[in-house]
Design a binder for this molecule. Structure first.
Ligand SMILES: CCCCCC/C=C/CC(=O)SCCNC(=O)CCNC(=O)[C@H](O)C(C)(C)COP(=O)(O)OP(=O)(O)OC[C@H]1O[C@@H](n2cnc3c(N)ncnc32)[C@H](O)[C@@H]1OP(=O)(O)O
Length: 719
């Protein structure tokens, strides 16, 4: 786990060997301790170089070990002993030096980085802080303001930025180990005391309190409810105000609190969930690592509305040539201006030139003959989409993949009108598509494994977190949204207000409460879908009992809001009022209060006081309950996929893990008991009825989330 060689007769070269990222597992720590002892005690050795195998210095502590008992030598004393040694130690940083990896580099007396290396202390993103001296050494090296920024955000820096900040001593484009060995030989006779960071005094800014206060406020705004960034501020404060030995004690105390917190567990779960999500498998046995994706060089996007524009930008900025199609000249010109503007702004932000030459605009599908892939992003109307797919089937060469950006319609029905159902798949982007990181890849029963692999790989190329899901109304994300938002509107009937519900959900950590999110998305979209499915509008039988549709409880309040022309932010009025159409500053609207009061009195509903706990339980347990049904139905392969979808597509707080992880943290037994309780109170609300899988898991003793799959029958897998 750490290889030892003597090079140039007097330099001990220690290579960390723990693929893929040379994480500091107990065996690696043991290896470092052993090889360092050997180097320090061998009189032939005058200097040491530490590097990592396979072009990666070190990705930090082995995160998988955090869930088990601590084994092997603890990192902190090991690192302290390297720094205290009497022979110069040089870190040769290639690839990454992250977390414990950078802390290891910080105890080396010198640091040489390859020009392509990235460095950082990302522990905060895992709900932790750099607890092997990182919060004490980095401020001593680069000063409080810069260290505070890096430690509280977990941002990775390039080696060039690291050089500017003073984190590394030299950046090279050559073989970093060879450069480090030469550097080490030159360092042999030099004194080491000024190179031991723990012995330095911290350059303390005069306005320390004001700085810490400003950073704390920024964190409270941006990372609402998260413990780790605030603990990082406290640890850096300790570096500024205490001697090293006391600062280290404070760092360890803060780490102990974080380490055992649910937030750290959730964030570490998210780290692995995100990496698991790309690993799809089909019941046929085909899977992510044995199916080659097709290469995509050219694509077409049909429809230049908000979604189509974002998709076109996402494709062009990764070098794919795009033909964008609109149905009339005016719409095409508006779309052209918007796409060009978005690409130019994006390129400016990234410091690259905008790839405008990759874009073409047309009014005719006939121009799509030769593209590798088409993404249809027209209005959410099945008849219209079918017409487009029929036409594409005639126009495009037989090998062109046909994808739909539908947010919930039947992908197989679209496949059915083409001559190539195996090449049809859903690519459900989230708005705005060039910003949002989620992509649901919707696999129809006839989508081939090559088609799935190509859509997944294209998503990755566009920088998306892609999750393969099965084909059912709403797929995973929007299917689960229904019970969640239904509960919110039922709570309005019973006495809550939009702002009360939103506040509870935002305090829980959601980026936006359900009503603010609907105002942003536009209320008319859901209204049209409800009209089309006969839930509201002129087609509803007048004899239909009020507040019941299609045999279920129904809340018409969202329809009443739309009937008043209130479609959300774009009309300046929705669940809230805004300063102007397009405004974003949501204020409670007395007209909505009136509407709710009138509604309740019309139906004889006596408003009651609704607690925050009831809001959380009814909205979030209904959400997770639908997630259990989705797992049962084989629409998602594992709970991690659902959680990734909710974090990246719906603003679910990452430090809570996602709806399924949250349910597991609350305790499945408790979730079941509360759902039973609410279902008893609302027997006509079917999504409050506990799902069979939830009951089964509880009956099996509530296994940990990683084991749920063993209890799910894959017989009905839609993947
Ligand atoms: C009381 C305890 C005291 C402890 C004191 C010391 C504390 C130290 C804290 C830490 O060091 S926490 C860890 C900090 N490091 C990180 O957060 C880095 C995490 N990794 C990454 O960001 C990326 O993996 C990467 C290193 C930038 C590489 O990215 P790339 O896209 O190339 O590959 P991935 O697909 O992300 O990863 C490949 C593979 O490796 C697994 N992995 C990566 N890092 C770790 C790690 N630190 N520990 C364990 N496993 C890691 C990753 O899960 C992938 O494997 P999989 O099987 O495909 O999931």
């Amino acid at each position: 786990m750490a290889r030892y060689e003597l090079v140039k007769r007097s330099v001990a070269l220690i290579t960390l060997t723990n693929p893929p990222v040379n994480s500091l597992s107990s065996a690696v720590r043991h290896g470092i301790a052993k090889t360092m002892d050997r180097a320090l005690s061998d009189p032939k050795v005058t200097a040491v170089v530490i590097c990592g195998e396979n072009g990666r210095f070190c990705g930090g502590a082995d995160i998988r070990e955090f869930s088990g008992p601590m084994r092997g030598p603890p990192l902190l004393p090991l690192l302290d002993s390297i720094e205290a040694g009497e022979k110069p130690v040089v870190a040769a940083i290639e690839g990454v030096a992250l977390g414990g990896g950078l802390e290891l580099a910080l105890v080396c007396h010198y640091r040489i980085a390859h020009s392509k290396a990235r460095l950082g202390l990302p522990e905060v993103t895992l709900g932790l802080l750099p607890a092997a001296g990182g919060t004490q050494r980095l401020p001593r090296l680069i000063g409080i303001p810069a260290a505070l920024e890096l430690i509280t955000t977990g941002r990775h820096v390039s080696s060039q930025e690291a050089l500017k900040l003073g984190i590394v001593d030299q950046v090279t484009e050559q073989n970093v180990c060879e450069v480090a060995v030469e550097f080490a030989l030159r360092a042999v006779a030099k004194p080491l005391s000024s190179r031991r960071l723990s012995a330095l005094t911290v350059p303390c800014p005069p306005d320390l309190d004001a700085l810490l206060e400003a950073v704390t406020m920024q964190i409270q705004k941006k990372a609402r409810g998260m413990m780790a960034p605030l603990a990082c501020v406290q640890a850096v404060r300790a570096a500024a105000t205490m001697p090293y030995s006391q600062g280290i004690k404070r760092e360890s105390e803060l780490m102990a609190t974080l380490f055992n917190s649910g937030q750290a567990r959730a964030l570490q779960y998210c780290f692995f969930a995100e990496r698991t999500a790309g690993k799809w498998t089909l019941p046929s046995g085909a899977q992510w690592n044995d199916t080659k994706p097709r290469e995509i060089r050219s694509a077409a996007v049909i429809g230049l509305g908000t979604m189509g524009r974002g998709i076109a930008v996402s494709l062009a900025r990764v070098g794919i040539s795009v033909i964008a199609v609109e149905s009339d000249k005016k719409l095409m010109e508006t779309g052209r201006q918007m796409v060009i503007g978005m690409l130019e702004r994006d390129a400016k932000r990234r410091g690259v030139s905008a790839s405008l030459n990759l874009l073409k605009f047309t009014l005719s599908l006939q121009n799509l003959k030769d593209v590798d892939l088409v993404i249809e992003a027209v209005f959410e109307d099945m008849a219209l989409k079918k017409r487009v797919f029929q036409e594409l089937s005639k126009v495009c060469r037989p090998t062109t993949l046909l994808c739909s950006n539908t947010s919930g319609l039947d992908v197989d029905a679209l496949a059915g009108v083409t001559d190539r159902p195996q090449l049809v798949i859903g690519m459900h982007f989230f708005s705005p598509a060039h910003v949002m990181k989620l992509l649901e890849v919707v696999c129809g029963p006839r989508s081939s494994s090559e088609t799935i692999a190509t859509a997944m790989s294209l998503g990755k190329r566009m920088g998306k977190v892609s999750v393969a899901v099965g084909n059912c109304p709403g797929f995973v994300g929007n299917r689960m949204l229904k019970p969640y938002s239904d509960q919110a509107t039922f709570l309005l009937e019973e006495g809550a207000t939009p702002e009360q519900i939103d506040k509870v959900l935002e305090d829980f950590g959601f980026a936006m409460g359900v009503f603010r999110m609907s105002d942003l998305a536009g209320l008319d979209v859901g209204w049209r879908v409800r009209k089309e499915s006969g839930l509201t509008g002129p087609d509803v039988d007048p004899k239909n009992p009020p507040r019941r549709r299609q045999g279920r409880k129904y809340c018409p309040i969202p329809d009443m809001v739309c009937e008043q022309g209130r479609f959300g932010q774009k009309t300046g009025r929705g669940w809230y009022m805004y300063d102007k159409p397009g405004g974003t500053n949501a204020k409670p609207d007395p007209l909505i209060q009136n509407l709710l009061e009138t509604y309740r009195s019309r139906y004889g509903i006596k408003p009651r006081n609704i607690t925050d706990q009831e809001i959380i339980e009814r909205c979030l347990f209904a959400l997770a309950n639908e997630g259990f049904r989705i797992l049962e139905d084989g629409i998602a392969a594992r709970p991690e996929d659902i959680d990734v979808i909710y974090q990246f597509g719906y603003g679910f707080p990452r430090h809570r893990g996602g709806p399924m992880f949250y349910a597991s943290m609350v305790g499945l037994e408790r979730v079941l008991e509360r759902l039973e309780h609410y279902h008893q109170a609302h027997p006509d609300v079917s999504h409050l009825e506990p799902s069979p899988l939830l009951k089964k898991l509880v009956a099996c003793g509530s296994p940990p989330i990683q084991k749920w799959r063993e209890h799910i029958k894959t017989m009905h897998s839609h993947l």
